[in-house]
Design a protein around this ligand. Structure first.
Ligand SMILES: O=C(O)C(=O)C[C@]1(C(=O)O)C=C[C@@H](O)C=C1
Length: 306
């Protein structure tokens, strides 16, 4: 059975994502996203499933940074998981007893309205994951009264639901990705996404615009852009891009090689089928056929055959 590392312990949203992305895999729970990716890098598992972005909270910056630095990993699949939060406590606990809550910071952000409204004055402490929070509340002598976690974590750790559906929005989704060692890319499907990271060569006016132009002039639609600090001082940033299409598509390949010419470094993170299966819209003049016809036309001119 293939092994996949994930943000543990059992009962996280990440585990739920893994069960859908790779139903036959044996999950290897890890203490944090970095540890899960390192297990994949060391080959102790065939890969990992990690959160990448959330529809309310935005980018999961730890994942972005882990994928940008260190030994390269390749994204081979993605999943959009609806996330629903529950207030879980030891049996017998009532809402009025709850003064100390523990959860993952991303979960706290998504339930901030509920906490302020229903638990005014409660202290919310950060845990490494939503299931780690439930496990902590269930442990003997825990200083915490309740955890904000998925329902399944309550079942794993013997907690009861004090409140259900406590997220500030009912339609929140988290995007998870499956990563593995660099190797063969998933086949293009016509509804693909490509992820990459680009490091600026030098800081100058219009540097980001130049990068964006590589996509724009070839009709490549971006689905996410994020700037992250390099750590080398204030004002030093690198960029994460997600775009529609597959690196095997001429327009995407050419945009990425254009970016490579302009950048200190480009790290390709993968081309993989989109979870929402939305087919890439191809602007007139940017299909593979248009690119190869233009290349043949140029060759004919160069060879004096026009
Ligand atoms: O703690 C978990 O259950 C996770 O899978 C992590 C995570 C996240 O990093 O955003 C995933 C989905 C929710 O947004 C809250 C937490």
């Amino acid at each position: 059975m293939p092994k996949l590392a994930y943000l543990g312990p059992q009962g996280t949203f990440c585990e739920a994502a893994l069960r859908i992305l790779a139903p036959d895999a044996e999950g290897v729970p890890c203490a944090n996203v970095g540890a899960a990716l390192d297990v994949a890098r060391r080959g102790e598992a065939g890969g990992a499933v990690v959160p990448l972005e959330n529809s309310v909270e935005g980018a999961i910056t730890q994942t972005l940074d882990e994928l940008a630095w260190g030994q390269p990993l390749l994204i081979t699949g993605e999943l959009l998981l609806p996330v629903e939060f529950y207030l879980l406590a030891r049996p017998g606990t009532e809402m009025r007893h709850i003064k100390r809550v523990i959860t993952h910071p991303a979960a706290h952000t998504q339930c901030r309205g509920f906490v302020e409204r229903e638990l005014p004055g409660a202290v919310v402490v950060a845990s490494s994951s939503t299931a780690a929070a439930a496990q902590e509340v269930a442990s003997p002598g825990s200083p915490y009264d309740a955890a904000i976690s998925p329902a399944i974590a309550g079942e794993y750790y013997g907690l009861v639901q004090v409140a259900a559906g406590i997220g500030d929005r009912s339609d929140t989704v988290t995007r998870f990705v499956k990563v593995g060692p660099p190797g063969e890319l998933p086949e293009p499907t016509g509804a693909d996404r490509t992820s990459l990271v680009a490091y600026l060569r030098d800081d100058h006016p219009g540097a980001l615009l130049e990068m964006l132009s590589e996509f724009a002039v070839r009709g490549v639609n971006l689905t996410r852009i994020e700037s992250r600090p390099t750590g080398d001082g204030i004002g030093r940033y690198f960029f994460h891009f997600d775009c529609e299409g597959h690196i095997a598509d001429a327009r995407v390949g050419e945009a990425i090689s254009g970016l490579h010419r302009l950048s200190d470094d480009v790290r390709f993170l993968g081309s993989y089928p989109r979870a929402d299966q939305v087919a890439t819209q191809i602007k007139p003049g940017t299909s593979d056929g248009d690119f190869s016809e233009a290349a043949s036309w140029l060759s004919r001119i160069r060879e004096g055959r026009a």
